[in-house]
Design a protein around this ligand. Structure first.
Ligand code: ADP
Ligand code: MG
Length: 683
């Protein structure tokens, strides 16, 4: 692969700037595509300008001044044969003042807006125009860039990179012809140097055949890379488990409920995987409350019965503690030894746990991030179970996997459903099992949106619920900017609730509490002693108290969709009819921001986690949605999963075809996209 430094005409500063853009070799430079295009192919008359459109006009500066009111601005009037236009610059250099001197002829390009003196352009691009200034023949690309790298130098560098060697086709013609896509070379040329008659709109919307070809190539590289990782995993050894008969049936017999069809189905999928000679990497997806924990426990028993150790990791101490207790309750009768490990144990407790893990005496280890720290040595780790996997980074999950030899099986669980397009792309390296059914007897949660002004009524509602023997959560607002403020709000709310409800036992739990305190508070709520639990969003994941049937979320407009869905999932776990009240703040007439309103509407109208996740993806985009999973893993840059769903489907089947029939094309294709899309997964 040609590195930038090998190109003689590239200066050191140019190379440094390109590197800032993440470009270190020529193929990547060619794949640095324009953000948009501007149409400098024609010159419009000022009189014919239309509001909102971008246009190029040419004329003479008839007046220019730096004005200071209402704020500092450089303002000039440009006149052509048909009329006048104001040019406005809020930031400017002395060189611009000089360029906009009275009498100068300029060609300017910008968006037409309405201003105090009629139409104006704010920060138009300006060129001195002479008799001989030619009009561009093609659309002008505008690239993403960094300070110090001009559009002109970027364009030039890209033109230099456009040699036959780098434009070589990686795919068999039959493949792209069938998809009605142009060749790679034609696409690259058209995108960087659009033809005079190119369809500007299709280019801007990225729906032109050339854009689609590159989006397809990128998606294909992602698919190929995922397949290769998948194949690698299938070629390595793993602990082989025997089917668990005795322990699992003993466990199931002891439960007060029967597994749902969906739970049985996924348990079977997992059981089969665990008997394979290669490591499982399966994602168990199921909406909040669908009963993933018992399925994980069955997998754990299969490992334990096969004489391997099992680790169960959760992202918060509260959740890990809850799992530990549940496992104790389910597994202690089966004489299974469970160790417990968190960052906040006393030295002695920790030593005891570490010894039990090292010696193999502990058959199941439950804990937080503390599980994958260096000091933890497993005797024989065969299965790592990761709850709420989206809360962990790639690196963290990897570290836990490295604790076993051979590579342990991995079961990841998540209540945040992955929309189909994402599971086909970013998650294509995993096998996925879905629990698509809730245990019977749950009554749907009623969601209400209530303006904060009506808080009084809500407090009354809480009082009534608690007096009737139900329990309630009061979730404090999320204050992302300051943890101190978040803490203070939680404390204030707690004080206020105690004052408001002298007849009730009120508890408080937040992230900054000492683990022992936290445990005590949660224990009080679980055993029903505490009626109202004031909490920060620490209770968002996993907390399971079936008797809690009312939840009030303050400032719900500040929270994200999946967060709200998860929080709401803390109620509706028992037979009682449950309600979730989303309090939102209306500040005088200041309306809720559009995004917040859209989120609240989605959560109000939907209870299906899949629909909510789909909307969340739509509102936030894949980068935000995927969150930590993607830390250190490149995102798709050209393809857009919503816009290019058909290409994603095509890429999936073409990947199979190439691997089967054109293995040499696979290597070439991955090499081109390497660093951009080649390495999607950290092994
Ligand atoms: P999640 O999938 O959100 O992690 P949990 O595993 O915490 O859900 O299960 C939620 C609750 O439902 C727990 O109290 C659990 O014991 C209970 N549960 C699980 N499976 C069933 C079932 N098949 N029938 C009835 N209750 C169940
Ligand atoms: Mg759970």
């Amino acid at each position: 692969m040609t590195l930038l430094a090998e190109i003689k005409s590239f200066s050191k500063p140019l190379i440094a700037n390109l590197q800032k853009l993440g470009i270190s070799h020529l193929p990547a430079l060619l794949l640095h595509l324009p953000l948009r295009y501007i149409d400098e192919t024609s010159i419009s008359l000022i009189q014919e300008l239309k509001l909102g459109e971008s246009a190029q006009v040419e004329g003479k500066i008839i007046h220019a001044e730096v004005s200071y009111k209402p704020r500092k601005a450089l303002i000039a009037r440009l006149q052509d044969t048909s009329g006048q236009l104001t040019l406005r610059f809020l930031h400017f250099y002395p060189s611009q003042i000089a360029a906009l001197k009275e009498g100068n002829r300029l060609r300017v390009y910008g968006e037409v807006r309405s201003g105090f003196f009629g139409y104006e352009m704010v920060h138009p691009t300006c060129k001195t125009a002479g008799e001989k200034t030619v009009v561009a023949e093609t659309l002008t690309p505008v690239y993403p860039t960094v300070a110090g790298l001009t559009q002109a130098s970027l364009r030039k560098a890209i033109s230099i990179a456009m040699t036959a060697e780098h434009l070589q086709e990686t795919l068999p013609a039959s493949v792209y012809n069938r998809l009605q896509l142009p060749s790679f070379a034609a696409s690259i040329k058209a995108l960087h140097h659009p033809a005079p008659d190119a369809n500007l709109q299709a280019m801007q919307l990225k729906t032109s055949p050339e854009w689609r070809r590159l989006a397809f190539d990128e998606l294909l590289a992602q698919q190929l890379s995922m397949r290769k990782h998948y194949a690698r995993r299938r070629s390595i050894d793993a602990p082989r488990f025997v089917p668990s008969r005795t322990l699992v049936s003993a466990l199931l017999k002891s439960l007060p409920f029967a597994l749902t069809q969906a739970q049985q189905k996924v348990a079977l999928e997992i059981e089969r995987d665990l008997q394979q000679p290669h490591p499982m990497q399966r994602l168990l997806q199921g909406d909040v409350g669908s009963g993933k924990t018992i399925v994980a426990c069955m997998a754990a028993l299969q490992g334990i019965e096969s004489a391997w150790q099992v680790a169960l990791m959760a992202p918060t101490e509260i959740l890990a503690e809850q799992h530990y207790r549940k496992m104790q309750c389910w597994l202690a009768p089966l004489q299974i030894k469970i160790a417990w490990l968190t960052g906040s144990q006393s030295k002695k407790e920790r030593e005891t746990a570490l010894n039990a893990i090292r010696s193999g005496e502990a058959q199941l280890v439950v804990g937080t991030h503390a599980l994958f720290q260096e000091s933890v040595t497993f005797h024989k780790l065969g299965l790592a179970i990761i709850d709420e996997q989206h809360r962990f980074g790639v690196e963290q999950r990897l570290a836990l996997r490295k604790k076993g030899q051979p590579e342990p099986h991995q079961l990841m669980m998540s209540a945040t459903p992955i929309p189909r397009t994402l599971s086909m792309s970013y998650y294509a390296d995993l096998d996925v099992s879905v629990i698509d059914e809730l245990p019977p007897g749950r009554t749907p949660i009623v969601t209400r949106l209530v303006a904060d002004e009506r808080r009084g009524e809500i407090l009354q509602r809480v009082r009534e619920a608690c007096i009737q023997g139900n329990q309630a959560y009061w979730v404090c607002p999320l204050i992302e900017e300051s943890e101190a403020l978040q803490l203070q709000t939680a404390n204030d709310t707690y004080a206020m609730m105690q004052h408001e409800f002298p007849e009730l036992k009120v508890g408080l739990v937040h992230g900054r509490m000492k683990p022992a305190e936290k445990q005590a508070v949660m224990a009080g709520f679980i055993n029903g002693e505490t009626q109202l639990l004031v909490a920060t969003t620490v209770i968002e994941v996993g907390v399971d108290v079936p008797n809690a049937s009312l939840m009030v979320i303050e400032h719900a407009e500040r929270m994200g969709l999946s967060q709200l869905h998860q929080l709401r999932g803390r109620v509706g776990r028992g037979a009682a009819k449950s309600t979730c009240i989303l309090l939102y703040q209306k500040v005088e007439d200041q309306q809720l921001s559009e995004m917040a309103r859209a989120r609240l509407k989605v959560i109000y109208e939907n209870s299906d986690g899949f629909v909510i996740a789909q909307e969340d993806l739509h509102l936030r985009g894949p980068g935000e949605f995927l969150g930590v999973r993607q830390s250190g893993v490149p995102m798709l840059k050209i393809a857009d999963l919503e816009r290019d769903t058909d290409l994603l489907e095509a890429a999936k089947s073409v990947a199979d075809e190439l691997l089967l029939r054109y293995p040499e094309a696979v290597e070439g294709h991955l090499e081109r996209w390497m660093g951009s899309a080649g390495d999607w997964i950290k092994v």
